[in-house]
Design a protein. Sequence first.
Length: 136
Amino acid sequence: MVEYQRRVNYYETDKMGVVHHSNYIRYFEEARTRFMEVAGYPYPRLEAEGVMSPVIAVACEYKKPVRYPEDITVEVTLTSMGKFRCAFRYQVKGPDGTLRATGTSQHCYLAEDGSIVNIQKTNPAFFQTFLAMVEE
């Protein structure tokens, strides 16, 4: 599990000062990007090696509103790592540690031409790095 911390920006909120629901998906992406950096395999490196990892499914369950200008923590966990896809779990927590939202995302691996990639064969270093980080 990797923790990613950030402050909510005013522009991310609605008229009531509550974070708009669409921004949680952005928080997930920011946290996932941080996860890759911590793993020692940042996303630009993966792309430079000819592999993309698009989102193929995402879900979010809202528990309690996040408001401007709160500091939040997004905990991101890699829950599965396969040859063709991987999955992450997210927990968004407020400054007092209360759970504000949970979510998941699934990703596949594609070559630059858009064809599906067996990441274990085409990029064993990436596969082994992330396989070692899987938590259930």
